[in-house]
Design a protein around this ligand. Sequence first.
Ligand code: SAM
Length: 255
Amino acid sequence: APGLYLVATPIGNARDITLRALDLLAGADVLAAEDTRSLRRLLEIHGVALNGRPCIAYHDHNGAKARPKLMAALEQGRSVVYCSEAGTPLVSDPGFDLVRAATEAGHPVTTAPGPAAAIAGLTLSGLPSDRFLFAGFLPQAKGARDKTLAELAPVPATLILYESPRRLGATLAAAARIMGETRPAVVARELTKRFEEVRRDSLGALAAHYDEAAAKGEVVLLIGRGDSPKVSEEEIDRALTEALRDMSVRDAADS
Ligand code: SAM
């Protein structure tokens, strides 16, 4: 059927792909991918032939130029599948502008859901999973990174971050400084791959660990929930009394 299909692909193990994703990859009129080479490799692994169908690159650097091509295909009533390099499109990956353009133009948009590293990490972390905040990649500049960590610190939810293995040690050290050495955290590395590893400890201990041995591969960092600042009954009463007094002082001045 015509429309845009957002199709999730594996985050490591090539067999983590749904039957529906394979059906869509085999049947779509047009394939589009953040990385056409990795999509071609995935098709090859699963025996899906391209059969002369277009396979269009669509990523952060060519989005503005490639989008009209995909929009034209949708306008012609074709089915277009979009995949990111790994996992779920739009999750710290391109696709948002494409989805917005397609929905604004009134084209059907649907998804074949599948792996996302954030959710895989959350499920293995052992941290509460009832409430979580996915914050993607932190800013790279130290000031902006620390500001974001300070914003996230009091959020009463499990925090999920993507991080490069190169920066993991420094990020853990900053998080320990800003959020507290003892706060529980988890580093989930190389999920669904041969050297999958989940390390559960405090921010301080993890910072020390990854300071000595830099992490390798792909990493999800999860941080246990913060405490939203607690306000006591007495403080609320005092604030209310003060506010009421201010109001009556102002009323008296007005009359
Ligand atoms: N769209 C992807 C998804 O659904 O998870 C995320 C793409 S983002 C550009 C890549 C980041 O995701 C990596 O830097 C890493 O933080 C995380 N990631 C992807 N695959 C992973 C894996 N197998 N194990 C751990 N983290 C992974």
